[in-house]
Design a protein around this ligand. Structure first.
Ligand code: TYM
Length: 333
């Protein structure tokens, strides 16, 4: 256990967890919990930056918690809780709203993508979302943050906020947290368009593998996945020109724990149907047991609520101490 390292990360409870969440984030969360103290948060305050039906939100909070446990997080090793239950997140986010600069937020590409042409109609919460994310991390003085590549810019903003706060108040309160981004597969792409990331919000179910998909769903989705008309290239340079093929091979490489070169040796010159069969097999082997566990865990909602309650207690104890220090630095009585 590394005592100087504290890991924090969060996942939004906005629908089904998918393969991108698993390979980009959750798999890494699980590996880290044996090395260091980890805090994993179901970020329900972030979820409401886009309207959520309250009933759906309640279910999704529990389902995301079930997803954490089903992929291998252990609530005896890691702190697992939901964000809105610890008021320090919102309190520190407000202070950070006054530290972060408008120009910094204007540069956030995710806001531009999410708000699209309807920028004027987006919630203010969606705009200042990265400040809340910085508050999540810094409320616990976390030093390392495992995320997918899509969150890198938000992490950079968090580092800027930590630095500016320390400078403004002339106190070295916050560490400057490091992103931990998977090297092999930091961005799982859509199965329908290899230039877009796999995402919960994509309208097409065929664009993603959900952790609750059955073996039949997986076979169907991989069969329909966009690939290429020619056979599989025999070198990385050519493969990189074919984003859909590269994505399928990246996923296969990660799940089967083979390097890209090893996979290319196996599949070069073959038809995509060969790769797709192999990929479906390994997906079924890895994902279906997780999906079954999620469904089982959801049968006992009171257990999931208890996990969150116990995690909240632990998170609160850490947060209370740090928020006191911040309030004092700012000059609050
Ligand atoms: P969210 O809920 O969109 O996604 C959860 C995690 O999954 C990763 N991810 C992906 N990784 C690879 N390929 C993909 N296609 C893919 N899609 C999603 C995300 O990078 C993320 O790590 N803002 C965050 C939640 C958050 C947070 C935090 C994270 C709130 N506070 C503090 C870290 C620290 C988000 O919306 O993740």
């Amino acid at each position: 256990m590394d005592k100087n390292k504290l890991v924090f990360s969060g996942v939004q409870p906005t629908g089904n967890l998918h393969l991108g969440n698993y390979l980009g984030a959750l798999k890494n969360f699980v590996a880290l919990q044996d090395q260091t103290k980890c805090i994993y948060c179901v970020v329900d305050l972030h979820a409401i930056t886009v309207f959520q039906d309250p009933k759906d939100l309640k279910n999704n909070i529990l389902e995301t918690t079930a997803g954490f446990l089903a992929t291998g997080l252990d609530n005896k090793k890691s702190i697992i809780f939901n964000q809105s239950a610890v008021s320090g997140h919102a309190e520190l986010a407000w202070i950070f709203n006054c530290v972060a600069r408008v120009g910094w937020l204007n540069r956030m590409t995710q806001f531009k993508e999410k708000a699209g042409k309807e920028k004027e109609k987006a919630s203010v919460g969606l705009y200042i979302y990265p400040n809340l994310m910085a508050a999540d991390i810094l409320l616990y003085k976390a030093t390392h943050v495992p995320v997918g590549a899509d969150q890198k810019q938000h992490l950079e903003l968090c580092r800027d906020i930590a630095q500016k706060f320390n400078n403004d108040f002339k106190k070295n309160i916050f560490p400057i947290p490091e992103p931990l981004i998977q090297k092999n597969i930091s961005r799982v792409m859509s199965l329908r368009d290899g230039t877009k990331k796999m995402s919960k919000s994509d309208e097409s179910d065929y664009s993603r593998i959900d952790l609750k998909d059955t073996a039949d769903d997986i076979i169907k989705k991989i069969k329909k996945a966009k690939s290429d008309t020619s056979s599989i290239p025999d070198n990385l340079k050519d493969l990189e020109k074919k984003p859909e093929a590269l994505n399928l091979i990246n996923i296969y490489s990660d799940l089967s724990e083979m390097s890209l070169e090893q996979v290319l040796n196996e599949v070069r010159g073959k038809d995509y149907s060969y790769l797709k069969n192999k990929l479906s097999e390994v997906l079924i082997e890895v994902i279906c047991p997780v999906g079954k566990k999620i469904k089982n865990l959801l049968e006992d909602k009171s257990y999931l609520e208890k996990v969150l309650r116990e995690g909240t207690e632990k998170a609160r104890n850490l947060a209370v101490h740090n928020i006191k220090e911040v309030r004092n630095a700012v000059g609050f009585i």
